[in-house]
Design a protein around this ligand. Structure first.
Ligand code: B1M
Length: 210
């Protein structure tokens, strides 16, 4: 079993999209859950690429190619999760905050939420505070989810929460993304911090009493 996780991680490090999709399909066919192959395999790979990027051993074009391989793997595993959908437990709008284009983690969170019975609207990436609020109003959302992967864009989460409070609105807010922590969530007045997709479902269930 460990070998296939290793293969999954290597496909991302090698920026091999076709290979990543093939490993994802094979893992699912072998009965490995979408969550396991993602967390124990592909995510390890993209984290390794991130470390290599930070230490200057790989450059932006290679990082982008690894991200593309990651997107291929995510498409396969997310499609497998779709079959598990149940009745809608609540309405969520989610996006990557303004100035930030990282959306791999958000795509995983969305798939988990949908598989767990939520009606989820993906606002995309580089989403302004105004758009978060407009869409939440339009869709009568229960929860606004905000993903931020850069220390420089985390501040945008604070901006959205401030806009909600200033507008006298009552949407529940959940923040996530690698630089975010529970402490950050407390500091900016978010209702919850989600460490990963599974935690996101748990926190939103708790916020909505599901
Ligand atoms: Co960028 N990048 N990147 N990058 N990138 C990081 C984040 C970085 C840590 C890499 C590094 O230096 N080690 C670094 C940030 C440093 C910092 O801010 N301190 C960085 C940088 C610097 C940059 C650029 C500035 C590089 C440049 O241009 N010089 C640039 C910024 C562009 C921009 O946004 N304006 C940039 C660009 C890119 C790519 C486009 C090449 C690509 C993104 C492609 C894409 O997403 N479509 C990319 C990638 C892939 C990464 C790394 C390697 C991987 C991110 C990822 O997908 N992780 C990343 C290094 C790293 O994280 N180790 C890095 C896997 C994913 C499953 O995890 O996103 O954390 P994550 O999501 C998790 C949880 O966090 C949580 O659940 C998810 C699933 O379990 N979660 C939520 C996330 N959002 C949530 C929302 C919720 C709930 C839970 O709401 C309900």
């Amino acid at each position: 079993m460990a070998d296939i996780y290793q293969e999954a991680a290597e496909s991302i490090v090698n920026a091999d999209r076709a290979g990543a999709e093939e490993v994802a399909k094979r893992a699912l066919a072998e009965g490995i859950s979408p969550a396991d192959i993602m967390q124990k395999g592909f995510v390890k790979g993209i984290q390794e690429v991130g470390d290599l990027f930070e230490s200057g051993e790989v450059f932006l074009p290679e990082l982008m190619m690894s991200a593309d391989a990651m997107a291929g793997a995510t498409e396969v595993t997310n499609a497998a999760l779709e079959g598990e959908a149940a009745e809608a437990k609540g309405t969520i709008v989610i996006g990557t905050v303004q100035g930030d284009v990282h959306d791999i983690g958000k795509a995983i969170v969305i798939a988990y939420l949908k598989a767990n019975g939520y009606d989820v609207t993906d606002l995309g990436r580089d989403v302004s505070a105004e758009t978060f609020i407009e869409k939440a109003k339009e869709l009568n959302a229960d929860v606004i989810g905000m993903s931020a992967l850069l220390t420089t864009t985390m501040e945008e989460q604070k901006k959205v929460i401030k806009a909600i409070k200033d507008g006298g609105l009552s949407y529940k807010t959940v923040v996530g993304g690698a630089p975010c922590t529970q402490r950050w969530a407390d500091q900016i007045g978010a209702d919850a911090y989600a460490e990963d997709a599974n935690d996101g479902v748990k926190k939103i269930d708790a916020l909505l009493g599901k």
